[in-house]
Design a protein around this ligand. Structure first.
Ligand SMILES: *[C@@H]1O[C@H](CO)[C@@H](O)[C@H](O)[C@H]1NC(C)=O
Ligand SMILES: *[C@@H]1O[C@H](CO)[C@@H](O)[C@H](O)[C@H]1NC(C)=O
Ligand SMILES: *[C@@H]1O[C@H](CO)[C@@H](O)[C@H](O)[C@H]1NC(C)=O
Ligand SMILES: *[C@@H]1O[C@H](CO)[C@@H](O)[C@H](O)[C@H]1NC(C)=O
Ligand SMILES: *[C@@H]1O[C@H](CO)[C@@H](O)[C@H](O)[C@H]1NC(C)=O
Ligand SMILES: *[C@@H]1O[C@H](CO)[C@@H](O)[C@H](O)[C@H]1NC(C)=O
Ligand SMILES: *[C@@H]1O[C@H](CO)[C@@H](O)[C@H](O)[C@H]1NC(C)=O
Ligand SMILES: *[C@@H]1O[C@H](CO)[C@@H](O)[C@H](O)[C@H]1NC(C)=O
Ligand SMILES: *[C@@H]1O[C@H](CO)[C@@H](O)[C@H](O)[C@H]1NC(C)=O
Length: 404
C-alpha cells in the first residue's frame, strides 16, 4: 500500500513537473546577450502541444523578438527578470492571418507579444518587459503606426499580473474581443506626452471586451492611461460591457480613464472607483462624434481623487474630432439622427475631488443627440474656470438641475 502511494505520488509529481517549461532548457540565454526568440517560442509551442503549461523564465535578462502565446499557457517570470525586445523592424513583419474562428487579423506589424483566438492565458511575475520604444518613436514619429506591445484578440480568460510594461513602441496593452479579463498589479511606464499627437502609447486599450476587471494598476504614459472603445458596425457591432476599474493610480496620461471615441459597438455598465489620478491631462473623459454611432450608458465613477489635471477635470463630448480645438468649436448644426449618431446617457459621478486648469466639468452634446441624465453628487473640482454645458438634458450637479 505504502509502495503504491509512493509510486502514485511520483507519477503526480512527474506530471506537474512536466507542466513547467523552463525557457533556459530550450536554449534561452539568461545573460541577455543573444536573442532567445526561438528558444522562448519553442518552450511555448512545446507546452501548447501538451495541452498547456507554465513557461517559466528563471532569474536573468533575456532578449527577444515577437512571441506568440497559445491556449492554456502561463508565461511566468521569476522576480526581477528583464525581458527586452529587439528594435529591428524585421523582427515584427506585417501580419495577415485567418484565424480558426474565421476572423482576419491584418496588422502592419507583428506585435511584440501576441495571442489571437485562444483561451486561458496568463502573464505574471514581478518582471520588466522593455519594448525599446525610444528607437521606434524616433525612427517612426507620429502619426506613424508602430508595433503594439501586448496585442490580444479573441481570448477568453486572460490574466495579466504584476508585470511592468515599459517603453512600448505603441499601445502597451491592447485587448480586442476578449472576455473574462483580469489585470492586476501591473505597472506601465512610458514618457509623458502632454500634447497631441504623441507616439500613441495608450496604457491599457480595451476594445469590444466583456467582463474586464482592472485593479491595482499604476500607469504613467504618453496617451490615455486606460481607454475603453467598442467597434464594429451593423451586425458586427460588439459592445464593451461589465467593466470594473478600481484601486488604481494614474500619473502622466491624456486621460485617466477615457471612453471612446470609437463607440460604434456601444459601451455599458462601466464602473471606475477608488482611484487617484495625479497629473493627467483630463481625468474622466467620454468622447464620441457624428459618424461613430453607438450608445454609451450606465457609466459610474465613484471615489476618485484627481489632482493637478492639466485640462478639464471631467469632460463628456459628442463632438470630439480628435483634436482639442474641436471641443471648443461652436458652429455645430442640427443633423438627422441615423445609425451613425452617437448617444451618451445615464452617467453618474459621486465623491470626486481635485483640481483642474480648464473647466472642472465640460459637457457638450449634439443638437440632435443631447447628452442625457448625468448626475454629480459630492463632486468638487477646483478650477479658475466654470462648469460648461451645451446640448444636454437633465444634468444635475450637486442637487442643482442645469440644462442647456
Ligand atoms: C489554464 O491554464 C493553466 C496552465 O496550463 C492550467 O493550469 C489551468 O488548469 C487552465 N485553466 C483552465 C480553466 O483550463
Ligand atoms: C503579485 O503581487 C502581489 C503583491 O505583491 C502578490 O501578493 C502576488 O502573490 C503576486 N502574484 C504573482 C503571480 O506574482
Ligand atoms: C507607482 O509607481 C511608482 C514608481 O514607478 C511609485 O513611486 C509609486 O509609489 C507607485 N504608486 C503606487 C500607488 O503604488
Ligand atoms: C455590471 O458589471 C459588473 C462587473 O463590473 C457585474 O458584476 C454586474 O453583474 C454587471 N451588471 C449587470 C446589470 O450586468
Ligand atoms: C501627486 O504626485 C506628487 C509628486 O509628483 C506628490 O507630491 C503628491 O503627493 C501626489 N498626490 C497624490 C494625491 O497622490
Ligand atoms: C477639429 O475641429 C477644429 C475646430 O473646428 C479644427 O480646427 C480641426 O482641424 C479639426 N480637426 C480634425 C482632425 O478634423
Ligand atoms: C447619417 O447622417 C449623416 C449626416 O449626419 C450622413 O452624412 C450619413 O451619410 C448618414 N448615414 C447613413 C448610413 O444614413
Ligand atoms: C439616470 O442615471 C442614473 C445613474 O446612471 C440611473 O440610475 C437612472 O435610472 C437614470 N434615469 C433614467 C431616466 O434613465
Ligand atoms: C450651444 O450649441 C449651439 C448649437 O447647438 C450653438 O449655436 C451655441 O452657440 C452653443 N452655445 C454656447 C454657449 O456655446
Amino acid at each position: 500500500m505504502i509502495a503504491f502511494i509512493i509510486y502514485f505520488a511520483a507519477i503526480l509529481s512527474a506530471i506537474s513537473a512536466s507542466h513547467i517549461y523552463d525557457v533556459n532548457k530550450f536554449g534561452a540565454d539568461s545573460t541577455g546577450r543573444k536573442p532567445s526568440t526561438h528558444a522562448i517560442q519553442k518552450a511555448i509551442n512545446k507546452a501548447a502541444s501538451n495541452n498547456g503549461g507554465t513557461v517559466h523564465f528563471p532569474h536573468g535578462q533575456y532578449l527577444s523578438g515577437a512571441i506568440e502565446l497559445k491556449s492554456n499557457i502561463i508565461l511566468d517570470f521569476a522576480d526581477d527578470v528583464v525581458l527586452k525586445f529587439l528594435d529591428d523592424p524585421k523582427e515584427y513583419p506585417p501580419l495577415h492571418k485567418k484565424l480558426p474562428n474565421g476572423k482576419i487579423v491584418n496588422l502592419q506589424f507583428t506585435p511584440l507579444i501576441r495571442a489571437f483566438d485562444h483561451i486561458n492565458i496568463t502573464i505574471r511575475g514581478n518582471a520588466v518587459l522593455d519594448g525599446h520604444g525610444e528607437t521606434w518613436w524616433k525612427r517612426m514619429p507620429p502619426p506613424s503606426t508602430r508595433p503594439v506591445f501586448l496585442q490580444i484578440f479573441w481570448v477568453r480568460y486572460l490574466t495579466l499580473e504584476n508585470i511592468t510594461v515599459k517603453s512600448s513602441p505603441m499601445f502597451n496593452v491592447n485587448l480586442k474581443n476578449c472576455d473574462d479579463v483580469t489585470i492586476r498589479g501591473i505597472k506601465i511606464r512610458n514618457p509623458a506626452n502632454y500634447v497631441d499627437p504623441g507616439p500613441n502609447t495608450d496604457g491599457i486599450n480595451v476594445n469590444s471586451c466583456r467582463r474586464v476587471h482592472i485593479t491595482g494598476v499604476n500607469i504613467s504614459t504618453g496617451d490615455d492611461c486606460i481607454a475603453l472603445d467598442a467597434n464594429g458596425k451593423g451586425k458586427t457591432k460588439t459592445p464593451t460591457e461589465d467593466v470594473l476599474i478600481e484601486d488604481s493610480h494614474m500619473y502622466a496620461g491624456h486621460g485617466g480613464v477615457s471612453i471612446g471615441s470609437v463607440t460604434s459597438g456601444g459601451l455599458r455598465n462601466v464602473t471606475v472607483r477608488n482611484c487617484i489620478f495625479n497629473g493627467t491631462n483630463r481625468g474622466l473623459f467620454i468622447k464620441s462624434r457624428r459618424g461613430r454611432g453607438g450608445l454609451v450608458e450606465d457609466i459610474h465613477y465613484h471615489n476618485i481623487q484627481m489632482v493637478d489635471l492639466r485640462k478639464e477635470g471631467i469632460a463628456i463630448a459628442a463632438i470630439y474630432n480628435g483634436s482639442d480645438p474641436g471641443l471648443r468649436s461652436r458652429d455645430f448644426y442640427w443633423e438627422p439622427v441615423n445609425e451613425t449618431t452617437p448617444f451618451i446617457r445615464n452617467v453618474e459621478f459621486k465623491n470626486i475631488h481635485g483640481d483642474s486648469v480648464l473647466n472642472p466639468i465640460f459637457i457638450v452634446g449634439l443638437p440632435e443627440s443631447p447628452i442625457e441624465n448625468v448626475t454629480f453628487t459630492n463632486v468638487k473640482i477646483e478650477s479658475k474656470l466654470d462648469v460648461f454645458t451645451n446640448n444636454t438634458k437633465n444634468v444635475v450637479i450637486n442637487g442643482k438641475v442645469l440644462d442647456s
